[in-house]
Design a protein around this ligand. Structure first.
Ligand SMILES: NC(=O)c1ccc[n+]([C@@H]2O[C@H](COP(=O)([O-])OP(=O)(O)OC[C@H]3O[C@@H](n4cnc5c(N)ncnc54)[C@H](O)[C@@H]3O)[C@@H](O)[C@H]2O)c1
Length: 471
């Protein structure tokens, strides 16, 4: 991990962080490292027990050292007792989960309970900060709740400070974010929250609804960008060209940017799908349609299914086919499998009758309809096909000859473009990818603007029959 230079906080503050997940544990450890005194409240006994024994419940580079140092130096404490957590806190960060409900709207139950608990645990004035991702308007709802449960004369300012960290780079992102967004109705409360990050990055101050919307809009934009890449990848497949260089060519334009612009099985994880459907639900609630966000969601669902369709075509059916799947985490570098495209691929393959075995180097344990094996090569025994579903760099170095020897058929579908395709082809594999087209799918495309080329010059004998696209 890169060493991050940051100075001590100008004004050490007593903080309570509620929730020790990816966001809360990172925030608690990093605020403590900045010099603040942090009590971190965690409701899960298993998670809390592990933290109190010096363990870390999530995989994040650098987080274990940071936690150990701050605990040892007395600036960070983990507790399950709300009274202890709130003993001297003046600012509280709510970092609890806001998972999607079946209709796509976020479930704010954890947030409501946490707010109620912390406010009633003290009679002191508080700044209550939502770091969890919430729909615009949640701040007002929390304010109403706090007014109901607060002690007589107790003032609670509700501030929005959405979190933008990326899993697998959470610590680095906390210390070097592109921006901090703080939304408050009371400017002084907003300034107090922004000051906690000093010396720090650019701060965007707005009203509370605006700050809440920044988070939804940012994730919606990233989702749209990935779906756009997959839309272009689909076009590449039909044109018989490779989406890799096409998207690189697009992304190297500074105005566009290369990040989140690659083809694959679509976006996943605990944030992008949830926040995009949250944005759509908010739009609906206020009578506003968001066709771009809706299209991104539709393209994303199609991206997952199309990987399985492609394998089904390649194998001439999936019923009874043995498929080895490499990857479960929603992206490399994390153990998180929430809404992971890889997990969906496993489920879809099993639904269509395939016998699946799966491996991932780090993914957290989860219920799967297929056995999980330890080593990558273990998925290969007798397999008709291999699917690479998470872009772990270790997979790029796998030896295709070993896999070929173990498998019944040499078919590989690299959904995340991580394998060196030429090496696998040299080892006798038929290699499928996303945005690369099937190995035999090329046809010259003829449509009105270029039809003259074939009319004026007779097609060479060796060319396949042209396909007339667009009439
Ligand atoms: N994971 C990310 O990459 C990421 C990035 C930015 C924003 N967010 C948002 O941040 C929020 C938290 O995400 P996460 O991934 O850290 O979730 P998580 O599920 O990993 O962690 C939430 C933690 O809160 C605890 N908790 C719930 N209610 C509690 C209570 N009343 N008291 C004490 N502890 C309680 C849970 O036990 C859990 O450990 C979500 O709204 C998410 O959308 C997540």
């Amino acid at each position: 991990m890169t060493t991050i230079a940051h100075g001590p906080a100008g004004n050490p503050t007593n903080l309570c962080v509620v929730g020790a997940g990816y966001v809360g544990l990172t925030a608690a450890a990093c605020f403590a490292d900045l010099g603040h005194r942090v009590r971190c409240l965690e409701a899960s006994p298993a998670r809390l027990g592990l933290l109190q024994r010096g363990g870390i419940p999530i995989v994040e580079p650098g987080l274990d050292d940071l936690v150990a140092r701050s605990v040892e130096e007395g600036r960070l404490v983990f507790t399950g007792d709300v009274d202890e957590a709130m003993r001297d806190a003046s600012i509280v960060f709510l970092c609890v989960g806001t998972p999607p409900r079946p209709d796509g709207t976020p479930d704010l139950g954890q947030l409501e309970r946490a707010a109620r608990d912390v406010v009633t645990a003290t009679g002191r004035d508080l700044v209550l900060v939502t770091k969890s991702t919430v729909p615009p308007g949640t701040g007002e709802a929390l304010e109403i709740l706090c007014a109901e449960v607060a002690a007589l004369g107790q003032r609670v300012d509700v501030v929005s400070n959405p979190e933008f960290l990326r899993e697998s780079r959470a610590v680095e992102d906390f210390f070097r974010p592109d921006r901090i967004v703080v939304g408050a109705e009371d400017p002084d409360a907003g300034r107090r929250v922004a000051a906690l990050y000093e010396p720090g990055p650019p701060v965007v101050l707005s009203d509370r609804r605006g700050a809440e919307l920044v988070k939804y809009a940012s994730n919606a934009f990233l989702a749209v960008k990935i779906s756009f890449a997959n839309e272009i990848a689909g076009l590449c497949e039909r044109l018989g060209t490779d989406a890799g260089p096409v998207l690189r060519g697009v992304g190297l334009d500074n105005r566009i940017g290369a990040q989140f612009l690659s083809q694959g099985p679509g976006y996943g994880g605990s944030c992008l799908p949830k926040d995009l459907s949250g944005l759509l639900a908010v739009g609906e609630a206020v009578g506003y349609t968001a066709p771009l966000a809706a299209a991104a969601e539709e393209i994303n669902a199609r991206a997952r299914v199309s990987v399985v369709d492609k394998l089904e075509t390649a194998l001439g059916g999936l019923a009874g086919a043995r498929v080895g799947v490499l990857g479960l985490a929603f992206k490399p570098g994390t153990d998180d499998t929430r809404d992971s495209p890889a997990v969906d691929l496993v489920r879809l393959l099993v639904e269509r009758g395939a016998e699946v075995r799966v491996q991932d180097p780090l993914a957290a344990p989860l219920a799967l309809p297929a056995p999980r094996v330890d080593r990558a090569l273990d998925v290969a025994a007798g397999a008709d096909a291999l699917v690479v579903a998470t872009g772990w760099s270790d997979y790029a170095a796998l030896d295709p000859a070993l896999f070929g020897d173990a498998m019944a058929r040499r078919v590989v579908l690299d959904a995340v473009n991580v394998l060196p395709a030429d090496r696998w082809r040299d080892a006798g594999f038929v290699v499928y990818g996303v945005g690369r087209g099937a190995p035999t799918s090329f046809h010259p495309v003829v449509w009105a603007p270029i039809e003259w080329a074939l009319r004026s010059r007779p097609a060479a004998d060796h060319l396949p029959e042209p396909v007339l696209a667009n009439g």
